[in-house]
Design a protein around this ligand. Structure first.
Ligand code: HEC
Ligand code: HEC
Ligand code: HEC
Ligand code: HEC
Length: 429
């Protein structure tokens, strides 16, 4: 079983163990193969809801909706699926969701799970969906003002489960149907104040003596756009009354060091990770000690550079880049496909920086532990053969660093000006 399958099974089993009420399957899930997905759902008891999935012979493998009770309230959850599903037809999600909502009858809150990026689901919601909440896959963790489309509030969690959104519902006895986000009117007021402030500054710029006619036209365009936004916000503000409505409080919780690991889940994760490291016959220490030479292909490996560039080599040895593989070994992830590519060099001949590198391509070229010289300077085998005839990349730029130093990976820590001095090497006379 491949790593992606092992991880998918782990995730399904742990969500079930955590007491998940309902889940929707998206395009990435189906890429694992429909038979595998259906088997995993069945074995783990993963509570999939899929109103728009119809398979061979008219079979509907998953219920369209589930109604769960929490604190004496009935929450109805409808799910739709997205993607290509072998042997099945994925029908129009909005239509299927509406039908499922109707069949569900009376509930205290209606939720639609639609695992697509925001646009598609937003358009449908704006056109009218009979749900209080729509949870999509757009990762809204950065936003502070809840978004409304039609009668529906749009929700979404963090990317790669680094953050979760929590929506707490408080019911007003004898109140109206529907929900109103806590402090929503205040949040809109803040938005309005921001836009008004912008308009004052922009108008001043527009009227300024030194402003050229061309600049004036451009500024006017921005002013017009902002004025439209302001009108929309004011309209929203006028209709935004919490009066008698139930309240929803939306929060985002970042799953950082402050949140303790769940012991049983951690043990399960470790057990699955151990199966990945076992794919390498060598011990962790042996993996780290592998020579930093690359046997075939356009990359040569750091050991091929040392005799002509000893100063750069010694400086490089002092950087974290020279220890990138040890970091993976330390957490038993050196054979994990999701970790490998940024902690190694080479293996993907067509691409200068060698991204993404897979375990197979790396093995095929004979190694490439750590972020070596050629991860920044590009393939260098030809240069090693004839240094003056074949040049390497002289001055690697910020975009190259960012291929590995992604915000998703380091939570936006990377700062080129601060990081660069730590990796550049002085040239000897
Ligand atoms: C046989 C000696 C030799 C080896 C081995 C060698 N280089 Fe060079 N390298 C040179 C020389 C000589 C120059 C200067 C070339 C020039 O200015 O014409 C150079 C220049 C460079 C430059 C500056 C680029 C430029 O265009 O000025 C980089 C970067 C570089 N080498 C990286 C590497 C890397 C990475 C390796 C190992 C894969 C490596 N070199 C292996 C001799 C070598
Ligand atoms: C092939 C991927 C890759 C590229 C390209 C890359 N880095 Fe890195 N970098 C890493 C990895 C992986 C680490 C962490 C190493 C470890 O500790 O295991 C790292 C660590 C660092 C560190 C140490 C950070 C710390 O916590 O002290 C600095 C500084 C750094 N990189 C700067 C740069 C700069 C500047 C560039 C571009 C010129 C660059 N890197 C290009 C992958 C890369
Ligand atoms: C997109 C490129 C990329 C991928 C994929 C990647 N890393 Fe890294 N990793 C980095 C970079 C860049 C750093 C250095 C960040 C810094 O210190 O600023 C780093 C640092 C680390 C460190 C050492 C520093 C620390 O934060 O503790 C460990 C351990 C690590 N990564 C483990 C992993 C694991 C495990 C995976 C797979 C789940 C992984 N990495 C996948 C780029 C990557
Ligand atoms: C994290 C990216 C990174 C890695 C890894 C790296 N370098 Fe560099 N290297 C640079 C950058 C950036 C410059 C340009 C430095 C400057 O302009 O001050 C550079 C410059 C050079 C130069 C040209 C110096 C000059 O001024 O002409 C040589 C030669 C060189 N590196 C060799 C190496 C060798 C050999 C290794 C491996 C032992 C290596 N580099 C590893 C980023 C890297």
């Amino acid at each position: 079983m491949g790593q992606r399958h092992a991880k998918a099974r782990l995730i399904a089993e742990e969500w079930v163990a955590s007491g998940l009420d309902a889940a929707a399957l998206g395009a990435f899930d189906w890429e694992l193969g429909a038979p595998f997905v259906r088997e995993t759902v069945k074995r783990s008891g993963y509570p999939v809801v899929a109103a728009n999935l119809v398979c061979e012979g008219g079979e509907r493998p998953f219920p369209a909706a589930r109604v769960v009770e929490h604190g004496g309230r009935r929450i109805g959850i409808v799910g739709v699926t997205v993607g290509e599903v072998e042997g099945c037809v994925v029908t129009d999600p909005a239509e299927a969701a509406k039908q499922a909502r109707e069949l569900m009858g009376d509930v205290d809150a209606a939720v639609l799970l639609w695992p697509a990026r925001e646009e598609e689901a937003n358009v449908a919601a704006r056109a009218g969906l009979p749900f209080d909440f729509l949870v999509d896959a757009s990762g809204r963790s950065g936003r502070t003002t809840p978004e409304r489309a039609g009668q529906t509030w749009l929700l979404g969690g963090g990317i790669k489960t680094k953050a979760v959104s929590v929506a707490r519902l408080s019911f007003v006895e004898g109140g109206k149907a529907g929900f109103f986000p806590e402090k929503y009117d205040q949040l809109i007021d803040e938005e309005i104040a921001k836009v008004e402030k912008y308009l004052v500054t922009a108008q001043r710029q527009h009227d300024g003596e030194k402003t050229t006619p061309t600049a004036r036209v451009l500024i006017q365009r921005k002013i017009d756009a902002k004025q439209t936004e302001l009108a929309e916000l004011k309209e929203l503000r006028a209709s935004a009354t919490s009066d008698g409505q139930n309240v929803v409080t939306i929060r985002t919780i970042t799953l950082d060091q402050e949140i303790a690991d769940h012991e049983a889940t951690l043990a399960h994760v470790e057990a699955v990770k151990a199966t990945f490291s076992a794919m390498d016959d060598a011990s962790g220490a042996e993996v780290v000690a592998r020579p930093m030479r690359i046997e075939h292909g356009p990359y040569a490996g750091t050991e091929a550079c040392v005799k002509c560039h000893p100063t750069q080599y010694n400086q490089w040895r002092s950087t974290e880049h020279a220890r990138a593989m040890s970091s993976l070994v330390a957490v038993s992830r050196h054979r994990d496909e999701d970790c490998f590519s940024c902690h190694v060099t080479g293996g993907a001949p067509a691409e200068i920086a060698g991204f993404p590198v897979t375990i197979e391509t790396s093995d095929a070229v004979g190694g490439g532990n750590n972020v070596q010289c050629e991860a920044c300077h590009g393939p260098g085998r030809d240069h090693v053969g004839d240094p003056t005839k074949h040049r390497t990349v002289k001055d690697p730029d910020e975009a190259l660093c960012r291929a590995c130093h992604t915000p998703e990976q380091d939570d936006g820590r990377f700062d080129f000006a601060a990081y660069l001095p730590k990796v550049t090497h002085p040239t000897p006379e």
